[in-house]
Design a protein around this ligand. Structure first.
Ligand SMILES: O=P(O)(O)OC[C@H]1O[C@H](OP(=O)(O)OP(=O)(O)O)[C@H](O)[C@@H]1O
Length: 177
C-alpha cells in the first residue's frame, strides 16, 4: 500500500486542467504497485466478482480480479457494443455535469454475489451509485468501492458502500494556475 501511495503521489499530473491517471499506468513499477494496492484494498470485502466502469475500470478491474482469482464484469457507457442480457440505468449528473447511461450484463452477475467496484477516481459518486443500482437489480450486492483517488462528497459517501482508496483528493498536488 505504501508503495502504491508513493507511486500515485509521484506520478500524478494535471493535463490541461484534467486529472490524469493514465500516465501512472504507463510506468511498469507504478502499474504493478497500483494493481497490488487496489487488490489489497478489495480483498477484505471477499468479492465473488469485480465490476469496472469504462474506461479506466476496464484496465484496473481485470488485473485486480485476476490477482484475487475472481471474474470481471464491465459497466459500459452509452454507445458501446454490448450483446447479451443488458440492463441500463442513467446516472445523476457526474463530475462533468453529464448524465451518463451505464449498462451491464444481467446474465454475468449472479444473485447473491458479493461485488466490488474498481475504478480510478470517485467524485460525485454518480457513476458508482448507478453501478450499485445495476448490481442490486441483478440480485447481487455492491460491497465496496475501491479507487486510486477518493474525492467523494459526503452525500455520495452516505449512499454508497465503504469507499477504499490509495489516496484522497486533498493529498494530490494542487493544479497550477
Ligand atoms: O464520481 P463521478 O462524478 O461519477 O465520476 C467518477 C467517474 O468519472 C471518471 O470516469 P470518466 O467519465 O471521466 O471516464 P472516461 O472519460 O474514461 O470515460 C472516473 O473514472 C469514474 O468512472
Amino acid at each position: 500500500m505504501t508503495s502504491a501511495r508513493h507511486h500515485v503521489l509521484k506520478q500524478f499530473r494535471w493535463i490541461n486542467g484534467d486529472a490524469d491517471t493514465w500516465g501512472m499506468l504507463a510506468d511498469p513499477h507504478s502499474l504493478s504497485a497500483i494493481i497490488a494496492g487496489l487488490t489489497e484494498l478489495a480483498r477484505p470485502a471477499q468479492p465473488d466478482l469485480i465490476l469496472g466502469i469504462e474506461a479506466r475500470g476496464f484496465v484496473l478491474g481485470p488485473a485486480v480480479a485476476a490477482a484475487l482469482g475472481v471474474g470481471f464484469v464491465p459497466v459500459r457507457k452509452e454507445g458501446g457494443m454490448f450483446p447479451g442480457d443488458v440492463i441500463r440505468r442513467v446516472t445523476a449528473p457526474d463530475y462533468r455535469g453529464n448524465k451518463v447511461e451505464l449498462s451491464t450484463r444481467r446474465d454475468l452477475i449472479q444473485p447473491g454475489q458479493r461485488v466490488v467496484l474498481i475504478d480510478d477516481w470517485i467524485e460525485t459518486g454518480s457513476q458508482s451509485l448507478t453501478s450499485a443500482h445495476l448490481v442490486s437489480a441483478c440480485g447481487a450486492e455492491l460491497c465496496a468501492v475501491v479507487v486510486i483517488v477518493d474525492e467523494a462528497s459526503d452525500d455520495a459517501r452516505a449512499q454508497l458502500p465503504p469507499i477504499h482508496a490509495l489516496v484522497t483528493g486533498e493529498e494530490l498536488p494542487v493544479q497550477s494556475a
